[in-house]
Structures are given as structure tokens and as C-alpha cells.
Ligand binder design. Structure first.
Ligand code: ATP
Length: 445
């Protein structure tokens, strides 16, 4: 029976604790005391993060014929950031506390009774005036640390797609509507990172730029809002934990005709997982002006020429992984014993299959090895022969492994294994010859 679900701080703490204890996420360089709000993904986190990105890649690229992938450089010509507006306007308002010297983002602070902003660290209202702080990490390319050698770590993956618009469109012979998608690391010198991996200075994004004829952009904006909401639900986030929030005129970026955020009910409140924006022709026009290279679509058959408008669904992979973990976390009782279980979609779980010989006796070794080799052809598998079978099931439940395959002494006679399902704990005897298709059908890969 499932318990009353955990919520708020208790849920947050339970997930963070599980991540550390079971090797999903570690504080970065922990042996040196870490570095604030920076994390390393452990073995299980690396597997799961990869699965989140694969799920996005399947939906956005593999299963479509109108979107192509790209993998652009992180360090690029700084003129890109001048044209995109990042150099001038990619800033957050920064305030210093005169009492405790901590820095905060002014737009994240609340005002006290007298209307003055309150320092979240010490409660003082003696804060400096807000001043813009650019979030891009600056570095130097080459051996000379001069102004001419300045470069930036990309703060988003999107610009790589805009500056390659003509390259991709012509080499792939694409006609709008079509998209360019990429995923990868982005860097922002956030003033106040926090809430575990929700806001970090180094993170992974999954972004797509969808180029459309200008008149069709409202239609495609609606379409992508629907597609992206459906993706999170397909991978297991319940309806009541997800919402689409439209930006009102005040919140809209200067380049955007419409923006909606996909938000998740984090333990501390609603938080953005992805922004879907109608960016109009802002980016292609800006790069055309700054580079002197025309970025537009020309239809040879009709002689039509126009600058496509862009619909951008921009998601965060690391933040999304955290949302999937929170949504999946539960505690219940089976057979009078308490367990923690991650009810992850099988495709997102670090391991899809655990192969567990009933005992360590040598007789079971060859068949266990055979079953493992078979399952590893398609799935990420764990092999565990320590402790009692009950404890091993619990350990797999806790990391979300959807199927445990047990090789026992009967298996040597009937060449069948017992498959146990994580959520129901139901067990079924399955012939080894049909095991791969049995699992494939249920895991959905
Ligand atoms: P926020 O308002 O939370 O700072 P944003 O609106 O600036 O986010 P975008 O520029 O739209 O974010 O980036 C797209 C996605 O990238 C976000 O929805 C989020 O999932 C992810 N993202 C952005 N900044 C961070 C960060 N510092 N850490 C982790 N993920 C991030």
C-alpha cells in the first residue's frame, strides 16, 4: 500500500539524500570541501541524465522528419553574443547586503513591511541599489590575456543554431517549417544558485529552434506548447504536478511575441522546466545585421524570400532529471516491510534490468552470465549476487530498476527465470528464449 506521499522539505531532503547515498549526484570535488552549488553526476546520475537526454532526442529528432541535430562549439566568436544581445542585456539585478556582505538577486527578494528589500541571509534591509550583473563566464582564448582575446562560455545552446541556420538549411535542403536541435552544456554565473541541481552555474540544456513562415508562427507556438507538455506526461509526471504558464506582456522578453513556461510543482513551489517562446525573426535578423550574411529562406520555385520566424522550446536536462526524480519518489510497504521506490519510467531508470542469481553457488554462474549477456544487448543491466534476495529487490526498488530477473535452481532445469516488476512486485516465470522480447515490450524501447 502506498503511504501518504511526502511533500515539501521532507520530500526534497529525501530525494537529495537518496541522490548522494546511491550515487546519483555528489557535491563536486567533495574531498576538497566542494565548490558552492556545483555537482558531479555519479554512476547512476550519469546513466539517468543520459536517458533523459535520449528521451528528448527520440521525441525531438529521431521520431520526426522535420528536425535535424547540431553540435556547436561552447567557445565561439564573441560577436555572436554581441549580436544576440547577451553582452548588453544578459544580466540579473545584483544587490549587496551592507550588514553581512552576501550578494543576492534583487528580483528574488521579498520586501519587508516598510517596502524595503530584505536580505535572505541576515534579515537586514540595508542593501545597495540593484546593479546589472552579466551572467556570462568570461575567459581568454590563446596565451595572451588581452581584450582582443576575450571569449565567453556559452550561456545557452540556442545561438549555435541561429548562426548555423544557412549551413544547415542549404546542406540538408530544408524548407520551413523545419527545426535544428541540440543538447549540451551551458554556463551562467548565477548570483544565487541553489535548490540542489535546480539552479547551477554549469548545466545541460536541450533546445530546438523551429523555423516557420512568419504567418504560421502562432499556430506552431501552440503546437510546440502541446508537444512539450505531452512529453513530460509521457515520461511519468502526473497532470497535477505540471502546468503551462503564459507570460503576460510585462514578463515577455523584448524579442518574444509569446512565451509559455512548462512548470513543475517542486517541493518549494512551481519552477520552470522549459520555456517555449515565439522569438519572431529577432535572432536571424540580428545575426544578419551583425555578420553581413543574409540569413533568410529563398524558395527557388516561387521566388519567395523571407526571414523565418522561430519557435523555441528550451529545456534544462539537469533540472528536468531532478523533476523526474521528485515525481517518482515514494515510500510504501510490501509484505510488512517498508521500502523506498522510485517509480521512474523504465526508459529513464539508470538500469532497466537487474540480474540476480538466487544464490552465489557456482552452478548458477553460467546461466546467470548467459542471461546477463542477453539482456545487455539491449538494456543497461546491473548484476548483484550479494545479500538476501529480498534486500536486493529493495536496493533495486530504491534506484528505480523496473525489472529484476532471478536465476534459480529450477532455471537450470526449465530454462526459465522469474521476472519481478518494481511497482506491483508481481512475479512471472518467463522462458529465457522469450526474455528479451518480454522485457522490450514492457520497457518500451
Ligand atoms: P530561470 O528563470 O529559472 O533562470 P531562464 O528563463 O533564464 O530560467 P532559459 O534561458 O529559458 O531559462 O533556459 C531554458 C532552460 O534551461 C530553463 O527552463 C531551465 O530548465 C534550464 N536552466 C536555465 N538556467 C539554469 C541553471 N542555472 N541551472 C539549471 N538549469 C537551468
Amino acid at each position: 500500500m502506498p503511504d501518504e506521499p511526502l511533500s515539501g522539505t521532507a520530500l526534497f531532503d529525501a530525494v537529495v539524500n537518496l541522490c548522494k547515498r546511491r550515487g546519483f549526484v555528489f557535491p563536486s570535488a567533495e574531498i576538497y570541501g566542494g565548490i558552492r552549488s556545483t555537482y558531479d553526476y555519479g554512476p547512476l546520475g550519469a546513466l539517468m541524465l543520459r536517458n533523459v537526454k535520449d528521451a528528448w532526442w527520440r521525441a525531438m529528432i529521431q521520431e520526426r522528419d522535420d528536425v535535424v541535430p547540431l553540435d556547436a562549439a561552447i567557445l565561439t566568436n564573441p560577436k555572436v553574443w554581441e549580436a544576440s544581445g547577451h553582452l548588453a542585456t544578459f544580466t540579473d539585478p545584483l544587490v549587496d547586503c551592507r550588514n553581512c556582505n552576501e550578494r543576492s538577486r534583487a528580483d528574488h527578494l521579498t520586501a519587508g513591511d516598510d517596502g524595503r528589500l530584505v536580505c535572505p541571509h541576515c534579515g537586514s534591509t540595508d542593501l545597495t541599489e540593484a546593479r546589472p550583473f552579466n551572467l556570462m563566464f568570461k575567459t581568454f582564448v590563446g596565451p595572451v590575456e588581452s581584450e582582443a582575446a576575450v571569449a565567453y562560455l556559452r550561456p545557452e545552446t540556442a545561438q549555435g543554431m541561429f548562426v548555423n541556420f544557412a549551413n544547415v538549411q542549404t546542406t540538408m535542403r530544408r524548407k520551413p517549417p523545419f527545426g535544428i536541435a541540440q543538447l549540451g552544456r551551458s554556463f551562467r554565473n548565477e548570483i544565487t544558485p541553489g535548490n540542489f541541481v535546480f539552479r547551477t552555474r554549469e548545466f545541460e540544456q536541450m533546445e530546438m529552434e523551429y523555423f516557420v513562415p512568419p504567418a504560421d508562427s502562432p499556430k506552431w507556438f501552440e503546437y510546440w506548447c502541446g508537444e512539450r507538455m505531452a512529453w513530460y506526461k509521457k515520461y511519468g509526471i502526473a497532470d497535477d504536478l505540471l502546468r503551462l504558464r503564459q507570460h503576460d506582456a510585462e514578463e515577455l522578453s523584448h524579442y518574444s511575441a509569446a512565451t509559455a513556461d512548462v512548470e513543475f510543482a517542486f517541493p518549494w513551489g512551481w519552477g520552470e522546466l522549459e520555456g517555449v517562446a515565439n522569438r519572431t525573426d529577432f535572432d536571424l535578423k540580428a545575426h544578419s545585421e551583425h555578420s553581413g550574411v543574409r540569413l533568410e529562406y529563398f524558395d527557388q520555385a516561387t521566388g519567395e524570400r523571407y526571414v523565418p520566424h522561430v519557435i523555441e522550446p528550451a529545456a534544462g536536462a539537469t533540472r528536468t532529471m531532478m523533476a523526474f526524480l521528485i515525481a517518482a519518489y515514494s515510500e510504501d510497504e510490501v509484505g510488512g516491510e517498508r521500502r523506498t521506490v522510485l517509480r521512474l519510467d523504465p526508459r529513464l531508470a539508470p538500469y532497466q534490468v537487474a540480474v540476480l542469481p538466487l544464490s552465489k553457488k557456482e552452478e548458477l554462474t553460467p546461466l546467470t552470465a548467459e542471461v546477463l549477456t542477453l539482456c545487455r544487448r539491449r538494456f543497461m543491466c546491473e548484476h548483484d549476487s550479494t545479500q538476501s534476495i529480498g534486500r536486493r529487490y529493495r536496493r533495486q526498488d530504491e534506484i528505480g530498476t523496473p525489472f529484476c530477473v532471478t536465476v534459480d535452481f529450477d532455471s537450470l532445469v526449465d530454462r526459465a527465470v522469474t521476472v519481478r516488476e518494481r511497482d506491483t512486485t508481481a512475479q512471472e516465470r518467463v522462458p529465457v528464449s522469450g526474455l528479451l522480447s518480454y522485457l522490450t515490450e514492457r520497457i518500451g524501447l
